[in-house]
Design a protein around this ligand. Structure first.
Ligand code: KIV
Length: 273
């Protein structure tokens, strides 16, 4: 692609995402945590790249998303931003960086925006984090909400099962979604909730909803990249569709490489100086 063509690429904005919802065009979102993969998925045309705190699991090997730090999220986010020409880059505020006070939340969000060059932040929760959401928005930083299964609260829930099946929890989720819309969030992730509830929420708010395990009626879908590419093997929730089996592709390629070295087939005459 020529330099002029590269400059011609139009960035996805939060305003465009709202327009996509209005005209019924579904939004495609994926996670990424590094330069090389972000470059590939941006080139493939993904609308939103989420630098998720799932980096704690898939990049660092932790059992939960809780251990990842703000510095580590900024490192991942800056690597992604350097690769991206078109997608909107949203970064998770990690556990412990926004729940304490709205001032701390604002400082954390400002660090992400300044030090990584990302375009928006995401945080988990509803009424409990309203002050933080408002404070971040008041500084002109776009915020995406996250309701339903919120992995940073795993020790409160106890399991990763479907959320908001009961009427009271569903009613609170709808109330929280409306509150986040009213505050000015530009979008909302709905994780692992009944499809009927995701449909109701998506129809009752004007901002786009992005589902993960929330059925077909959210305004868009998100998956963790390592899961949809089949790099992770053990994680097999019902909602996950694998679009490739990179675990097998990589294992076979590395196996062949090892074999070629051991048998002295690599490098050959053409591969030497
Ligand atoms: O951290 C993450 O990857 C997420 C998505 C699963 C929505 O929050």
């Amino acid at each position: 692609m020529s330099a002029t063509k590269k400059q011609d690429i139009k960035r996805i904005t939060t305003h465009q995402l709202r327009e996509m919802k209005n005209r019924g065009e579904k939004i495609a979102m994926l996670t990424a945590y590094d330069y090389s993969m972000a470059k590939i998925i941006d080139g493939a045309g993904i609308d939103i790249i989420l630098v998720g705190d799932s980096a704690s699991n898939v990049m660092a090997g932790h059992e939960t998303t809780l251990p990842i730090t703000l510095d580590q999220m900024i490192y991942h986010a800056a690597s992604v931003v350097r690769a991206v020409k078109r997608a909107l880059v949203v970064v998770d505020l990690p556990f412990g960086t926004y729940q304490g006070s709205s001032g701390e939340a604002l400082r954390s969000a400002i660090r992400i925006m300044k030090e990584s060059g990302a375009h928006a932040v995401k945080l988990e929760g509803g009424s409990e984090v309203k002050d933080s959401v408002e404070r971040i928005l008041s500084a002109g930083i776009p915020v995406m909400g996250h309701l339903g299964l919120t992995p940073q609260s795993i020790y409160k829930f106890g399991t990763y099962t479907v959320r908001a099946k009961e009427e009271t929890e569903a009613a609170k989720l709808i109330e929280d979604a409306r509150m986040l819309e009213k505050c000015g969030c530009f979008g909302l992730v709905l994780e692992k909730i009944p499809a009927s509830l995701a449909k109701e929420v998506s129809q009752s708010i004007s901002i786009p909803t992005i589902g993960i395990g929330a059925g077909p009626d959210a305004d868009g879908q998100v998956l963790v990249m390592q899961d949809m590419l089949g790099i992770t093997k053990e994680f097999k929730p019902r909602f996950l569709r694998r679009y490739a089996d990179l675990h097998t592709v990589i294992t076979d390629a590395v196996g062949k490489y090892i074999g070629d070295i051991k048998s002295r087939e690599f490098p050959n005459d053409k591969e030497k100086y």
